[in-house]
Design a binder for this molecule. Structure first.
Ligand code: RB5
Length: 145
């Protein structure tokens, strides 16, 4: 499994926590930054992770800002991205099963770190349901794919 991960300063600490978890599980990841708590603009990191997920061979991406809201909005502007802002295990599971999300967005200031790991595990353990493919294709039609 290969994961692309990125955050702004509001998500930096959660990103580092998730990276430690991924390393402990021998899950491969590429960190697209940011690399400190210095203030940056979340669209820059949404773009990096969004392009990585749609152009490279990543299984999925993780984007994190303070709330997960701004970075999920920005990531969804990258063609081919289906980014889901998930705040609990059930929405993470449904984002994979029903919406075939290829990026999950988390809030570094709104989601406790242990909860974020549980949310991530729920997403990784779920499968995309084929019966929703018609809806995914309609999303692609809106994108003009
Ligand atoms: C940055 O202060 C903050 O606005 C950002 O991390 C995010 O929460 C935006 O949605």
């Amino acid at each position: 499994m290969r994961i692309a991960i990125g955050s702004d300063h509001g998500g930096y600490e959660l990103k580092e926590h998730i990276k430690s978890y991924l390393s402990s599980k021998d899950i491969e990841f590429t960190d697209y930054g940011t690399h400190s708590t210095a203030s940056v603009d979340y669209p820059d990191y949404a773009k990096k992770v969004g392009e990585a997920v749609t152009k490279d061979r990543f299984d999925f991406g993780i984007v994190i800002c303070g709330t997960g809201i701004g970075i999920s909005i920005a990531a969804n502007k990258v063609k081919g991205v289906r980014a889901a802002l998930v705040y609990d295990e059930n929405t993470a599971r449904l984002a994979k099963a029903h919406n075939h999300a290829n990026i999950i967005a988390l809030g570094g200031r709104t989601t406790p770190f242990d909860k974020a790991i549980s949310i991530l595990e729920s997403f990784m353990n779920e499968q995309e349901e084929e019966r929703h493919m018609n809806r995914i294709n309609k999303i692609k039609e809106i994108e003009g794919k």
